[in-house]
Design a protein around this ligand. Structure first.
Ligand code: SF4
Ligand code: SF4
Ligand code: SF4
Ligand code: FES
Length: 946
């Protein structure tokens, strides 16, 4: 294995279709118009010396190292900023150029510490490389003049250092922060000799606006900005390309290794989802993989009140299998089930559902997508015929108007957020529908045309009001609708939305958004050119989540914003493999590929391949599993990679269900909160330790590649395989690629997918089959998957969760950039530097009424329960609305959330809870108990491991 080094072409590729032909060093080359001479030279294999240029950034032309001569032109222009022209003759290597370049390098080196041998970037430094390239062997000026070589270091960022003395002021970091990340955290302060890179107003990196995405570190040609791991471990010597295991963007990384130690994760330029960018989580927050809390040996116990006993895999698996068999004999075949994880690979998820359907003999399988994007699956399949987003991420570059509903891309999907901001800086207009003023509403050089700050729980009223304006003001794209959609359904829908009760003026009493703003936003979306909708859990996690998804789908059809680049309906998926876990048949009513379990032909195909009879009755959904457990009819469960106690609503009910189980098998990295109720603990392994695939929000299937051996001995798919065989259900695979071959053989949208194809193409977006052998970047181009697009009626029904005198405020929840969901991984990394605890955002008006000051500990109480946390006074939320995150178990926002859920899918209504907030003296009783239980349980496990 070797280190994969990306070729840097110096400047970005031109997208022009017109070719220009020129001669470089005697060689003719044809390149797209607008290409720089530097990039054209690379095409013929001539690497022009450079320092300030990189193909991730627009050319800047400051270092003067890349000069060339052009016949018939005066001077020596910079090749990075000079575009090609028809017929020009360029020389990149002449005596004059050599002397100029040496002179430039001499100046740089005379003001640079000469500690190359001990420098962390030794061998990985462009300055060092360029000194060699231009043939610099001595510095005539000496090193004694005024210089910067004694300047200090900023080590405030947990992951990288800023060593000012090594800065050559090439500006690459500043431009990376602006152009790629869009944060504008860096400036060059001072002038001339005194100029230096500065985070914010001469702050340190940690306290500045920097979000630690690493783009500046990656772009720095010297050791000035460098990963701390390069000091600790040394330079990497081989790399493996793999996929981030955090969010649904699906960034590709080169895991750069020294031996079996991970030195750094470098965003992969050929990654089609991220195009060489990353966020703080994927780039830096992988330390959990080697955290001491990891449980590496299987454990069993006969009761949850007993201490854990460390055992062999064989004993743990036999114990689990015998318990499941005992329970089924005593309580019936359907008394057991399992939960798959959107954090695990497609292959692992497929195996778990196969084990449950084939080995347990029932369909009691569900996934954590139940609590996030199940309404997306339902809503989009009803209207368009397929349960997935319609576009690739590249599509946003062609959007003219972007409508974001209930999503916070800069925190939740940061790399897509950066791409979106770039398009907005390029001129696209933005409409945001969100109760909270998220960063995308106003950030450097980005400002939403309209922010419709609606009251939580009124999405359907709002989106239907937008449709009302579009229909009643004659903004429907009738040609599109007549050709592509069911005309009768459309007419019924148009009459429905045109009714006065759906007008912005009528719904203002629910949404609290001025009608005129809604009208203007609707006009902009319908008439502003390519209109693209992106939405998140602020749409789905409601009692009318599925209805809102259908209302969004209606809006795109009515305006013709579907079926080409730049438009579409795009769910921003929370977890890395939400799309995949749904595709793989994790729902109790659907086999892989979204085919209903009651369909005889589909079942027959699986029965033939698996050699078992399949139950044709849909199984239990997650909330029904807890209900059945409390009722005493559901007794055993296998949970892979999900901390349901923390992530599911109404914690008291969940814990009552878990406590009633006779056998709970938890497979995870850590002894999570759910494991407090487990009888068997099977160690899980991280994405760094296994092979497989993830499917991101674009339907893009990407390889996860093993970069180190599983610390716990087995990959997760191997453990499931052992459990299936112990249950008497024969499974036999030598490698996850064989599991994918089986998925492809049984699933029409995957028939063209194989590991070999993924090696060849890098990634593919499903459907990938005979009709689309290289995949499908944009769906519904010539027609909807279901045939004609179906308009659905979307009556607004206010949630049963109402505010009143006892609970007068509405709580809504979300994520923050540096932490991830229940925090199991990110809390075990240095990311806690940015978010050590969950806090409650409360409007100044509501805080003052309650005598709450910024930083006070407050009690947050609902009908379901109470917790306590710190208050932050903020105008990001409107009066009457409070907001918190759910990353820390000691706060556990889900103690407060209710068991109301989406009418179609049971997705919990996390985003609307009536609450009261009051001053508090400290933790609530359950928090004190939790601390005790959790500490005790963790101590026993860690002691067992040691
Ligand atoms: S920190 Fe690095 S990238 Fe930034 S100006 Fe200095 S040398 Fe260039
Ligand atoms: S880490 Fe990212 S956000 Fe921070 S300064 Fe560098 S580019 Fe900007
Ligand atoms: S944006 Fe998502 S996929 Fe990309 S690095 Fe960050 S967490 Fe990972
Ligand atoms: S690389 Fe062209 S001027 Fe620096």
């Amino acid at each position: 294995m070797s280190l994969t080094t990306d070729i840097d072409y110096g400047t970005p590729a031109s997208t022009s279709e017109k070719l220009v032909t020129l001669t470089i060093d005697g060689m003719r080359v044809s390149v797209p118009e607008g290409t720089s001479i530097m990039r054209a030279a690379m095409e013929v294999g001539n690497k022009i010396p450079k320092l300030c240029a990189t193909d991730m950034l627009d050319a800047f032309g400051s270092c003067r190292l890349c000069l060339v001569e052009i016949e018939g032109r005066n001077g020596t222009p910079a090749s990075c900023t000079t575009p090609v022209a028809e017929g020009i003759v360029v020389k990149t290597q002449t005596e004059r150029l050599k002397q100029i370049r040496k002179g430039v390098m001499e100046l740089y080196i005379s003001d640079h510490p000469l500690d190359c041998l001990t420098c962390s970037a030794n061998g990985d430094c462009e300055l060092q490389e360029m000194a060699g390239v231009v043939g610099l062997r001595e510095v005539r000026y000496g090193y004694d003049g005024e210089n910067h070589t004694k300047m200090g270091k900023d080590e405030s960022n947990p992951y990288f250092t800023y060593e000012k003395s090594k800065c050559i002021v090439c500006n690459r970091c500043v431009r990376a922060c602006e152009e790629v990340q869009g944060t504008f955290a860096l400036t060059i302060s001072g002038r001339g000799f005194d100029s230096r890179v500065s985070p914010g107003m001469d702050e340190n990196f940690l306290t500045s606006e920097c979000v630690s995405c690493g783009a500046c570190v990656q772009s720095c040609p010297t050791a000035t900005l460098n990963e701390k791991a390069m000091f600790d471990i040394g330079t990497p010597e081989h790399s493996v390309v793999t996929t981030c295991a955090y969010c649904g963007v699906g960034c590709a990384f080169k895991a750069e290794m020294r031996g079996d130690e991970l030195v750094r994760m470098v965003p992969y330029k050929d990654g089609k989802a991220n195009r060489g960018h990353s966020c703080v989580k994927g780039r830096f927050a992988y330390g959990y993989a080697s955290h001491r809390d990891r449980i590496l040996k299987p454990m069993i116990r006969s009761s949850i009140h007993e201490p854990w006993k460390e055992v062999s895999y064989e004993e743990a698996i036999q114990y689990a299998a015998s318990e499941f068999k005992r329970i089924q004999e005593k309580y019936g075949k359907r008394a057991v089930g399992g939960i798959t994880s959107s954090r695990c690979t497609n292959e692992e998820t497929y195996l778990v559902q196969k084990l449950i359907r084939g080995g347990f003999g029932n369909n009691n399988v569900d996934t954590c997508a139940r609590v996030c994007h199940s309404p997306t699956g339902y809503g989009l399949s009803q209207t368009y015929g397929t349960s997935a987003g319609t576009q690739d991420f590249d599509s946003v570059e062609k959007a003219d108007v972007v409508l974001i509903i209930g999503a916070n891309p800069t925190d939740g999907h940061p790399v897509f957020g950066s791409r979106l901001k770039k398009r907005l800086r390029g001129g696209a207009k933005l409409i945001v529908i969100d109760p909270r003023r998220t960063d995308i509403v106003r950030s450097p050089h980005v400002e939403a045309a309209y922010h419709l700050a609606l009251k939580p729980g009124t999405n359907v009223a709002m989106v239907t009001a937008l449709a009302h304006v579009i229909v009643t003001e004659g903004l429907v794209n009738e040609a599109f609708v007549r050709e592509r959609c069911d005309w009768d359904d459309f007419q019924e829908w148009a009459a429905f939305v045109a009714d006065a009760r759906h007008s912005p003026e009528s719904v203002e009493k629910y949404t609290q958004v001025p009608a005129e703003q809604v009208r203007k936003a609707a006009r902009l979306y319908a008439t502003g050119g390519n209109g693209a909708i992106y939405y998140g859990l602020g749409v789905t996690e409601h009692s009318q989540g599925s209805t809102t998804v259908m209302a969004i789908a209606n809006l795109a059809m009515a305006t013709g914003n579907i079926g080409r680049e730049g438009v579409g309906v795009n769910p921003l998926r929370g977890q890395n493999n939400v799309q995949g876990s749904c595709d793989m048949g994790s729902f109790p009513h659907e086999l892989p590929g979204y085919r209903h379990i009651s369909d005889d032909a589909t079942r027959a195909a699986f029965e033939a391949m698996w050699g078992v009879h399949l139950d044709d009755e849909p199984g239990l959904r997650i909330p029904n599993m807890f209900d059945a457990a409390v009722e005493g009819t559901y007794k055993g469960m296998y949970v892979q990679g999900e901390d349901i106690l923390q992530s599911d609503p109404d914690t008291k009910h969940v814990s009552a269900g878990l406590a009633a189980l006779e056998c709970l098998v938890v497979q995870d990295l850590f002894l999570n909160e759910t494991a407090n109720y487990a009888h068997v603990f099977l160690p899980g392994c991280t994405f760094l330790e296994k092979d497989g695939t993830f499917t991101n929000a674009e339907r893009r299937i990407q390889r996860v590649r093993k970069v180190m051996a599983p610390k716990n001995g087995y990959a997760d798919w191997e453990v499931t395989l052992m459990l299936a065989n112990a249950m008497g259900f024969k499974m036999d695979y030598a490698h996850p690629s064989e599991i994918m071959d089986e998925i492809a053989a049984l699933t029409p949208a995957f028939t063209g997918v194989s590991y070999q194809k993924l090696e060849e193409l890098g990634s593919v977006q499903w459907p990938c089959n005979d009709k689309a052998p290289t995949g499908t970047p944009v769906m519904h181009i010539d027609g909807f998957v279901r045939g004609k697009g179906k308009f659905m009626l979307t009556e607004y029904v206010p949630t049963d969760e109402r505010t009143g005198p006892r609970f007068p405020l509405l709580l809504t929840t979300g994520r923050i950039l540096s932490q991830y969901n229940v925090g199991a991984q990110t809390r075990r990394t240095a990311n806690v530097a940015w978010h050590p605890e969950d806090v409650l955002e409360i409007h100044p008006h509501d805080a003052e009424n309650r005598g709450i000051r910024d930083g006070d500990v407050v009690k947050l109480e609902s009908r379901s329960g109470a917790t306590s946390l710190k208050a932050v006074i903020s105008e990001r939320v409107a009066p009457g609305v409070v907001y918190t995150t759910f990353h820390h178990p000691v706060t556990q926002a889900n103690v407060v959330t209710t068991d109301f859920s989406d009418w179609a899918t049971n997705c919990p209504e996390y985003k609307v809870t009536a609450v009261q907030v009051s001053p508090s003296n400290g933790p609530t009783p359950w928090q004190e108990e939790y601390e005790d239980l959790s500490k005790k349980s963790r101590r026993i496990a860690v002691e067992a491991a040691e």
